[in-house]
Ligand binder design. Structure first.
Ligand code: FMN
Length: 231
């Protein structure tokens, strides 16, 4: 399969907004995804940093900050010479601002770094409704009241390892705050999917979604969003 560029995602999103679907998936974009959607704004009580966790899944497609291909640049943000995945970068900003602990969600098997190979694998996992095994589960989830959950959009949905993550933990009674990075198709309904799956949790409505093309501005966006949550 040819590598999917940002332009493809934008074009496919336009199809979705016009009521279409791609590869058998229903695609939802736009409404409810906006960072400053006042109708869905919701605040949470001041966070106790020792009882707050930031859990994220992110796949930077290279570890080398030099001579990146366009696909590698699209999936990364370099901070002080260190290559971070885009979602990883948002997790780091949230960590710095809130003082929360961080947990990285990783698959037991290393994922391919080559973009086309990663896309093909992700699509196959989605088509087979796979639940890729994770390297580790959060060992001390009971110590947290609030969990920020971050992920990229893959094929207009959650990456399948995120389904494993959501199903293998008990988040009941916890506040869940979502953040995500996309290449054009915004949240694609993933906030609704998570709200439905975690029906015994309190999933806040104003999930953060940032375009991978807007990472240079992410710090301000995350800060505004945390302000809007009352943090
Ligand atoms: C396998 C795969 C599928 C993707 N599918 C979509 C998509 O459906 N819609 C979209 O907007 N972006 C899509 N993207 C782009 C990612 O959401 C974007 O590059 C994001 O920044 C990756 O975050 P990360 O660096 O934290 O892994 C896809 C990327 C990959 C690798």
């Amino acid at each position: 399969m040819a590598s999917t560029t940002r332009r493809n995602f934008l074009a496919l999103t336009a199809v979705a907004l016009a009521g279409g679907s791609v590869a058998g998936c229903s695609i939802i974009g736009g409404a409810g995804d906006a960072l400053t959607d006042s109708e869905s704004s919701e605040t949470v009580a001041p966070l106790d940093k020792s009882r707050t966790l930031v859990a994220y899944f992110s796949v930077p497609e290279t570890v080398d900050p030099n001579n990146m291909t366009e696909d590698e640049e699209n999936s990364t943000h370099v901070v002080d010479g260190k290559v971070l995945g885009n979602t990883q970068y948002l997790a780091q900003i949230i960590e710095e601002r809130t003082g929360a602990e961080v947990f990285r969600i990783e698959t037991a098997e290393d994922l391919p770094l080559d973009h086309g190979t990663l896309e093909d694998l992700a699509l196959k996992q989605q088509e087979t409704n796979a639940r890729p095994k994770l390297k580790a589960l959060i060992p001390n989830l009971e110590e947290y009241d609030t969990v920020f959950i971050g992920y990229p959009i893959w094929w207009y949905d959650l990456p399948m390892p995120m389904y494993t993550f959501l199903e293998q933990h008990d988040f009941s009674g916890k506040n869940i705050i979502l953040f995500s990075v996309h290449g054009g198709s915004r949240l694609s309904g993933t906030d609704r999917t998570i709200t439905e799956k975690l029906s015994d949790s309190s999933v806040i409505k104003n999930a953060l979604t940032i375009s991978r093309g807007d990472m240079g501005n992410a710090e301000a966006q995350v800060s505004d969003w945390l302000d809007s949550l009352g943090q």
